[in-house]
Design a protein around this ligand. Structure first.
Ligand SMILES: [Zn+2]
Length: 146
């Protein structure tokens, strides 16, 4: 295992992305210690992460995570016949939520606008739901035309 931020591998600590104290009393240990809530960090970055010096939007090296909420779902003009749906997501920010305060440092302002022709996909992106959006660099695809 190595530090998710700098890659230091000789000694890492496991930190909770959402602090244990932020969970309700009845929260299951399995939920608190779920893999998605754990992050391997070197001691320096663990301290920085816990003290808000590290943006929570950077979840592992070469990946930026943002948090968005679906704020609009509408059938497009074209969609009246085809079922196409326009889904708009805007960055989620609630300053009373520790996780959101971290995400606000990394989450760009603006919107994500999608036109979806696939009903299961548009149903999944239901109005009011929250989503993590992970940006990770894709290798440059080489097309048939070179
Ligand atoms: Zn580190």
């Amino acid at each position: 295992m190595k530090c998710s931020i700098c890659g230091y591998a000789l000694y890492v600590e496991i930190s909770h992305i959402k602090a244990v104290s932020d969970f309700p009393d009845e929260a299951m240990v399995a939920h608190i210690n779920a893999l998605e809530n754990l992050l391997a960090l070197c001691p320096n970055h663990h301290w920085e992460f816990d003290h808000d010096y590290v943006s929570g939007g950077i979840m592992e090296s070469n990946k930026v995570r943002a948090k968005f909420q679906v704020t609009k779902v509408a059938k497009t003009t074209y969609g009246l016949a085809s079922g196409q749906v326009e889904v708009t997501l805007t960055p989620q920010y609630d300053q009373t939520i520790e996780e959101d305060r971290r995400f606000s440092k990394a989450t760009p302002s603006g919107t994500i606008q999608l036109f979806i022709d696939n009903p299961p996909a548009s149903d999944f992106l239901a109005l009011g739901k929250f989503f993590y959006v992970d940006f990770s660099e894709a290798p440059q695809a080489v097309g048939a035309g070179g």
